[in-house]
Design a protein around this ligand. Structure first.
Ligand SMILES: Cc1ncc(COP(=O)(O)O)c(C=O)c1O
Length: 532
């Protein structure tokens, strides 16, 4: 039966609508959900959106290898291109659309002032090869941002160039390797300790730099098992890589004891600070005894994360590791800035360059705009609000969706799938059903410490009424899942998205990596234009 959905009732009251699929339309469109072909399936050769002059005749210097036929670009007018990409953009869920609860990602609002500032003449059109005399303001901006990062973390040095969190991890661990080298201990200290609750990039970084990864178990509070850590520390250990707050959304309350034990064993303390949004303005990591920590500017200090743009992962360093910071340096002589790859502000052996040029200028500008418009009190309030939102979600759901650990959380709330036991509904089904409710799913099956994990990070950006609606939808889904009467609907979800559930195993095992015309589908693959 097709039942009209009373929006307010369906949303606030948690009443499930028993909606059977509507009959197909002639076009395959469903109101504003437009069936969109690939751009290569549109238009026709010969049509062009721009009027280009005939290319000048040049001598063929390709020894006869020059292409002689058409390259098969789609022929489209400008309106067709604009409409195509506009329609595609409307199929994406975005932080500008609603609650984006993806855990471990800090999908927070990006204030528009950042975008305005980053487009200012003199910043928006910078080129890294411009003469240094013409980019004095930009260098001043980088130095200013570095000052804020050092002040907020209580650390004496910062390497600005890493291009993302994982790149920052590489930078920090290379600095640790260089420091061990300088002490003649690199060959002996090959082990990096990785708590189970660390972010996945941590062990990947250590392994990619040739270290041996040794896992440290979590205790029943979801934190590092201190006794197990102490037992693992020895003359072969180079460092620990600890994510704090960890991927269970918990602050490692024994972090000072951890730092002391690690240092007493002659090892270094790498802290993954990608979740700094949870405590910026409240705690300075430098006071906790860490040696280096990367910051995801694209999480803590707004700026788009993931598909929204490039990241930026500056690394703050203790006095012990500062001599190994990568090039380049920005140095002030009198009132003029210069960029140098010579020497080091502190005596040491820099690890060299990590990337071309000087860092992600657009991200630097956005992050500094965010900091300066919030100031210290605003940054502190943002972290407090992020923690408050996560605890509000946790407290509002814990009687119906099983929390993984007792007590309050930091910036994200972790649930497991025990509430779904014997319901026939899995974490995956639940996540897909959230899409039908108009939400991007939370992070699922991560962290691995708990079974069927559901990690929800609401951030500080959402209004209480929006969080209430999200909570009501989650409660409604949990009730339906537990009732055992809606298993079919969960298995069929998402029912209202442009595409139904994909066979992810098939897609992973037999990926179709090459586009072919729809009239020639590869080996029995479905014709893509069919409205499913
Ligand atoms: C805790 C943690 N560490 C490291 C990273 C890696 O950062 P990136 O994706 O910028 O490489 C992330 C990603 O968000 C993260 O959440």
């Amino acid at each position: 039966m097709v039942q009209s959905l009373d929006r307010s009732q369906g949303r606030a009251g948690g009443v499930a609508a028993d909606v059977t699929p509507a009959p197909a339309t002639f076009t395959g469109n469903r109101a504003l959900q437009i069936e969109e072909p690939l751009i290569f399936e549109m238009g026709h050769a010969g049509r062009c959106g721009v009027d280009l002059p005939e290319p000048a005749k040049v001598k063929d210097r390709l020894n006869g290898l020059r292409r002689s036929g058409e390259i098969g670009l789609p022929g489209l007018s400008e309106p067709q291109v604009v409409q195509h990409y506009t329609r595609l953009s409307q199929k994406n869920y975005a932080i500008d659309m609603g609650v984006y609860p993806l855990g471990s990602c800090t999908m927070k609002h990006n204030p528009r002032i950042n975008e305005k500032v980053v487009r200012l003449a003199g910043l928006g059109d910078l080129h890294p090869l411009q003469p240094v005399s013409t980019v004095q303001g930009a260098l001043d901006l980088i130095d200013h941002l570095a000052y804020w990062l050092k002040t907020l973390t209580g650390m004496p040095a910062v390497a600005m160039s890493p291009a993302a969190g994982a790149h920052g991890e590489t930078c920090g661990m290379m600095a640790i390797a260089a420091a061990l080298d300088a002490k003649g201990e690199r060959a002996q200290r090959k082990v990096v300790l990785e708590p189970e609750s660390a972010h996945g990039t941590n062990p990947a970084t250590a392994a990619s730099l040739g270290f041996t990864v040794k896992p440290i178990p979590a205790n029943d509070r979801g934190q590092v098992d201190l006794a197990a850590l102490k037992a693992a520390l020895g003359p072969d250990v180079a460092a620990i890589m600890l994510t704090n707050p960890n991927t269970c959304g918990l602050f490692e309350s024994e972090i000072i004891e951890i730092a002391q034990a690690v240092h007493a064993a002659g090892a270094y303390f790498y802290c993954d600070g990608a979740n700094f949004n949870a405590f910026v303005g409240r705690v300075r990591p430098g006071d906790l005894g860490i040696d280096c920590m990367h910051l995801n500017l694209h999480k803590t200090f707004s700026t788009p994360h993931g598909g929204g743009g490039p990241g930026s992962g500056p690394v703050v360093l203790s006095a012990a590791l500062a001599p190994y910071a990568p090039y380049p340096w920005i140095v002030k002589d009198g009132d003029r800035w210069r960029i140098t790859e010579e020497g080091s502000p502190v005596e040491g052996t820099p690890i060299g360059r990590l990337k071309a040029f000087h860092g992600q200028m657009g991200m630097f500008t956005r992050a500094l705009a965010y900091m300066m418009s919030h100031c210290i009190d605003g940054l502190k309030q943002a972290s407090e609000d992020a923690v408050l939102s996560a605890n509000y979600v946790l407290a509002s759901l814990k009687d119906i969706i099983s929390p993984s650990f007792e007590g309050p959380c930091m910036h994200e709330a972790l649930f497991d799938d025990s509430f779904l036991k014997d319901s026939g509904v899995s974490t995956l089904d639940f996540a897909k059903a959230m899409i039908d409710e108009g939400y991007h799913p939370m992070t699922m099956y991560f962290p691995l410490v708990v079974h069927g994990a559901m990690l929800i990070e609401p951030t500080e950006s959402q209004a209480k009424e929006d969080l209430d609606q999200f909570i009501a939808a989650m409660r409604s889904l949990a009730e339906r899942a537990k009732s055992g009467t809606a298993v079919e609907q969960f298995k069929a979800a998402p029912r209202f998205a442009p595409r139904r559930r994909l066979d992810e195993t098939h897609a992973a095992r037999k990926p179709i990596l090459r586009w072919r015309p729809t009239n020639n589908p590869p080996d029995g693959a479905p014709v893509r234009r069919a409205a499913e």
